[in-house]
Write a protein that binds this ligand. Structure first.
Ligand code: MTE
Length: 310
């Protein structure tokens, strides 16, 4: 496998971003840096972030979204509701030291020390398409390991059917918790076989470096065939459970956000169509693909009515 040294995605931003948008974003980001509001973006202070050597195991076949967009156009409601809020406000998150409690219906519960884990896991770079439920999408070079490797380490019991994930909820670090828009902490879940699928990634980096705070430092999930909100950030607890766990978005609006949330152009959100999407940096809209184009997951849903289990 090739070591990521001279990446093919290292093409100039102007080749993938219309110039006006590009210049505007540059100005916004420059302003944020000047005001000290963009503390953890890899573009602003690469020396502070340890590079993670990773072999590339998956390519999306198209150029990744520029780092400046990946790190400045975010959803992370613990830091505010606007797209620029996470980059502006997430400097208060302290991603190290950090532990994740992995337990529930398992033989070997563990407390994962994330810094040590980052130092030793066999990291992979995987370039995934990423589709937000709001209709925008990106192509992102994540650094992670298949989540299945962690599942195997804790040895789930036969009664474990689902995995429940929980984000940190510390008002001292997360100003957005003051807003009761969601029932905090942020919760997400997967069926165990979805969690075990090779595409499901436990990510600790992006663009070859540790995750910036606004992208879910120090450790997050990435489930590329589901809408982006399933990809829970800044995880502190992973629980193996028997029954389908409650999830924040489903609790907030059950008719709008189902448990499965597979990308599906034929199942519209009650308030908008899901048939098309706009890649950040492009003007044209493109067709959204079933399972975000990751058709290898179809077998997980054989016999299921995906309109009912949306
Ligand atoms: N995780 C937490 N804890 N809080 C959030 O608000 N937003 C979700 C998901 N994970 C969110 C979260 C949504 S809606 C999306 S689209 C993705 O994170 C965005 O990930 P990105 O900002 O790294 O692109």
């Amino acid at each position: 496998m090739p070591i990521r040294r001279n990446p093919s995605w290292g093409l100039p931003e102007r080749e993938v971003t219309p110039e006006a948008l590009f210049l505007n974003r540059r100005a916004v980001v420059a302003g944020m840096v000047a005001s000290g509001a963009l503390p953890a973006a890899a573009s602003t202070n690469p020396a502070k972030l340890a590079a993670i050597a990773a072999r590339r195991t998956r390519d999306a076949g198209e150029p990744p979204t520029p780092l400046v967009d990946v790190t400045s156009y975010n959803n992370f409601y613990e830091f505010g509701l606007e797209k620029g809020d996470p980059a502006r406000n997430a400097g208060s998150l302290r991603p190290s030291p950090w532990t994740v409690e992995v337990g529930g219906l398992v033989k070997k519960p563990i407390t994962l020390d994330v810094d040590r884990y980052i130092a030793r896991a066999p990291w992979e770079e995987r370039i995934y398409r990423f589709r937000c439920v709001e209709g925008w999408s990106m192509v992102i070079p994540w650094v992670g390991v298949p989540f299945s490797s962690l599942v195997r380490a804790v040895e789930p019991l036969g009664s474990a059917k689902y995995v429940a994930f929980r984000t940190l909820a510390d008002p001292a670090q997360m100003p957005g918790l003051r807003n009761p828009v969601l029932a905090w902490p942020y919760r997400e879940g997967l069926r165990l076989d979805e969690a075990m699928h090779d595409l499901t990634l436990l990510a600790v980096g992006v663009y070859g470096r540790r995750l910036p705070n606004q992208n879910g430092a120090p450790i997050r999930l990435v489930v590329p065939w589901k809408y982006g909100f399933k990809s829970v950030k800044s995880i502190v607890a992973i629980d193996f459970v028997e029954n389908q766990p409650k999830t924040s978005w489903n609790m907030a609006a059950p008719r709008e956000y189902g448990f499965y949330s597979n990308v599906n152009p034929e199942v519209d959100h009650p308030r908008w169509s899901q048939a098309r999407e706009r890649r950040i940096g492009e003007f044209r809209r493109r067709e959204t693909l079933l399972f975000n184009g990751y058709s290898e997951v179809a077998g997980l849903y054989t016999g299921m009515d995906l309109k009912r289990f949306f």
